[in-house]
Design a protein around this ligand. Sequence first.
Ligand SMILES: Cc1ncc(COP(=O)(O)O)c(C=O)c1O
Length: 448
Amino acid sequence: MSADHTATAGVAIPNDLEAMWLPFTPNRQFKREPRLVSRAKDMHYYKPDGTAVLDATAGLWCSNAGHCRDHIVSAIQAQAAELDFAPSFQFGHPKSFELASRIADLAPGDLDHVFFCNSGSEAADSALKMAIAYHRANGEGSRTRLIGRERGYHGVGFGGISVGGMVANRKFFGPLLAGVDHLSHTYNRAEQAFTIGQPEWGVHLADELQRLVELHDASTIAAVIVEPMAGSTGVLPPPKGYLQRLREICDKHGILLIFDEVITGFGRLGYATAAERFGVTPDLLTFAKGVTSGAIPMGGVMVRKHIYEAFQTGPDHMIDLFHGYTYSGHPMAAAAGLATLDVYRDEGLFERARTLEPVIAEAAMSLKGHPLILDVRTIGLVAAVDLAGVDGLPGKRGFDAMRTAFEQENMMVRVSGDCIAFSPPLIVSKEQIAEIFEKFRRVLDKIA
Ligand SMILES: Cc1ncc(COP(=O)(O)O)c(C=O)c1O
């Protein structure tokens, strides 16, 4: 409150949008012409005036089960009345253990242990810290270097932006973590444009890891972190054989492989994890978003057995990992997670995403040939289009497309620069997939 006001809890003041500073949003434009939703059900949001908005992006890659699903809503309501909070350090409550077991059961290989946090950013930073601490626990304390990838997104913590490769997310924030290096991103339009699924071109880019090993020496490298399918940068499916090659090089040199599955986890690519889809098991796997279908914030890290066990060596009274969050495994998040996994299982939503993969691919590829479309990429229940930019104004075309879709076509899409991504809830129907791309074609015609 400014000096001439007395802050009094509960006093009604006019809602003029000004107090809130929105994340990753141009605030002045938004406050002039806000894009508000006030209700949601299944495949739709609703504007405050009641207009239905088709959700072509699962909120923010989160709501894989669709919105306000009865089973999830009831579980959260019941949990709120039964146990609101339980401390996560030195104490526990049954549902977080049950959820960890259910998640471990969905994970490939021996990713048998689950650490909880509250977001994808926390998951990425937790995984990076665990990797460095693991090597120390293992008698290899010199392994501290972290390797990420250009165009990677691992949230907004200092660890995540340091290994991340989205320039705008890094350049404002100083020197970041020391001892980080990056692989090249895997996109090459000349070689890959209009690919459905994994591109044929690009496996050789994984060999850059070998080059970095030769530059820094394996004894200094703790871990490599990649999104198996880069999402936020504009959907870059991995070239065929790329993830396998990274795994081989990591194994050869004792480097841990971290998959950031905050977007790809829980059905987005037709499987519980991208690791399962691509047949490559990482040593640590981060998740968030889809674990609760976005209904309550939650994130986490799945960890291989030998990594967890490396920490179980000290005196019995001693904390084994000096890391955690007040809200790790929060009762409401755990209840939402359990109910969400029930919905995925009972409605076969991962399989459904697999069945719909060719449907979204065909619908998205129908945009090829439009003068504004430079590339279309699809994999799983995901599609992305690169739009021809406006000269001198990077991101303007993408922003106009997102805004026009919401204001004139009543559809929510995700914008990243001049790329638009489509990742509807896994309950989407074939008719709604067709509707998404019919609406988007009209958007393109309007902004051309
Ligand atoms: C791969 C990946 N990692 C981390 C994050 C960060 O998640 P959050 O925004 O929940 O911190 C995201 C968010 O989109 C993501 O896509």
